[in-house]
Ligand binder design. Structure first.
Ligand SMILES: NC(=O)C1=CN([C@@H]2O[C@H](COP(=O)(O)OP(=O)(O)OC[C@H]3O[C@@H](n4cnc5c(N)ncnc54)[C@H](OP(=O)(O)O)[C@@H]3O)[C@@H](O)[C@H]2O)C=CC1
Ligand SMILES: O=C1OC[C@@H](O)[C@H](O)[C@H]1O
Length: 385
């Protein structure tokens, strides 16, 4: 066992909403809960537009700091601020977590980078590909780390399924991927809610569309035989809400190099479906993912008895349970800490180029569906404008 002290990521959190609280609670869990010894975490500062909200956030989510503070790896306590700028300026902060609304991701990440801090930016990274590319260029010019927080990429079930398909060939040649993440905002939330409001760049595509897309990217785009060749065709259909955002969007992506297709769906019209929203079909069988598409907790492997038969029968199901405690953002946070420890400016499995590509898909899908942002929301003009 290594006797080297773990590297500590010293986080500054921007925005005291729901996901920031899950992130903070997750990095406050003991590192031993997931057998991690090389890195740890500290919450150095928390910022809200209201100071009392930041103080309450710390009291509720990290009164004793995160894992690295609880074990004495660093000796500062989390500090509350009534502005985001003060978080960025705090000398104990070396990386900023942006957990604010879609519409302010670009500006908040820019604030962090221009203040000389590394940055982990919640999904959807930005409103368009051009905004993202600008952030990436700032990060590059200042030798700072920047990553879009698509946490599902780092989930162990995702990685186990990727290995089962890409390395162990458990379902043979990949054929199709069906992936849905939907929820029930419609008629349950007000039009001013962040999911439905045009002013906040709401809608299913930007909010939960990144999850069907991440399965497509991880399983098809990153399939070794596809060799990271972008999808040849991206097609879509969108149902708009009266506020101007999308209530439902379906998109498909073709990968001719491996003769595979992804069918992705997302909407705000469904009751949340907890089971088997993602299904991957191969020539020798299928994998059905357990849990939310965003938060997979295991899978069922269904092998075909005789893959040569048309309409063949499946052998008995093989279930793999990988359920876990907490929300599950800690694997992503650990990976980011490792990147910082190793001096990397991009995460090899969540690169700037891949975020630029996926933001570009969303630009195209919004254009096809007629989802236009309200004037002034986009801080960098879209490339097609
Ligand atoms: N990775 C994941 O699983 C998840 C990611 N997300 C992403 O995180 C982001 C935030 O979502 P969520 O935490 O659910 O949202 P919340 O509404 O709970 O929190 C968002 C925070 O953004 C800040 N904020 C900044 N500007 C505004 C503004 N103009 N209006 C309202 N709030 C503002 C507020 O912080 P303050 O008042 O403290 O300044 C607010 O608390 C979204 O971009 C979403 O896509 C969301 C949920 C899950
Ligand atoms: O990223 C997310 O995942 C969970 C959803 O409830 C939330 O709206 C979304 O932002």
């Amino acid at each position: 066992m290594s006797t080297q002290k773990p590297f500590v990521a010293q986080w500054g959190v921007l925005g005291c909403g729901w996901i920031s609280s899950e992130f903070t609670k997750d990095v406050s869990r003991p590192m031993s809960s997931r057998n991690v010894t090389d890195v740890s975490h500290a919450i150095a500062a928390v910022g809200s537009r209201t100071l009392s909200k930041a103080e309450e956030f710390i009291a509720a989510n990290c009164p004793n700091g995160a894992a690295g503070q609880q074990t004495g790896l660093v000796d500062f306590k989390p500090k509350a601020y009534g502005s985001y700028k003060e978080v960025v300026d705090d000398p104990n902060v070396n990386i900023v977590y942006v957990g604010t609304m879609n519409v302010s991701h670009y500006e908040d990440a820019k604030l962090a980078l221009e203040g000389g801090k590394h940055c982990l930016l919640e999904k959807p990274a930005t409103l368009n590909a051009a905004e993202w590319k600008h952030l990436a260029s700032i990060a590059k010019s200042k030798s700072l780390f920047l990553m879009e927080a698509v946490w599902t990429r780092f989930n162990p079930t995702m990685l186990a399924i990727q290995k089962a398909i890409h390395e162990d060939d458990l379902i043979g040649e990949i054929r199709c991927l069906y992936s849905d993440l939907s929820m029930d905002g419609y008629k349950k939330r007000k039009d001013t809610d962040r999911l439905l409001a045009a002013e906040l760049a709401g809608g299913a595509l930007l909010d939960i569309g990144p999850y069907p897309l991440v399965w497509t990217m991880m399983i098809l785009y990153r399939h070794p035989k596809n060799g990271m060749t972008p999808p040849e065709k991206v097609g879509s259909t969108m149902l708009k809400y009266h506020t101007g955002v999308d209530l439902a969007t379906g998109f498909t992506m073709t990968f001719p190099k491996i003769n595979a297709i992804a069918y992705c769906t997302t909407n705000l019209l469904s009751q949340v479906q907890k089971q088997q929203n993602t299904r991957i079909v191969g020539s020798k069988g299928e994998i059905h993912v357990h849990g939310y598409t965003s938060r997979p907790t295991g899978y069922t492997l269904k092998r075909l008895a005789n893959p040569e038969d048309e309409g063949g029968k499946f052998l008995p199901d093989e279930n793999v349970d990988m359920d876990f405690d907490g929300f599950g953002l800690y694997w992503e946070a650990d990976q980011v800490a490792r990147c910082l420890k190793d001096g990397l400016l991009e995460c090899p499995t969540m690169t700037h180029a891949e975020t630029a590509m996926t933001m570009g898909f969303f630009d195209k899908i919004r254009k096809e569906g007629g989802y236009e942002y309200l004037p002034g929301l986009e801080k960098v003009k879209p490339e097609s404008a």
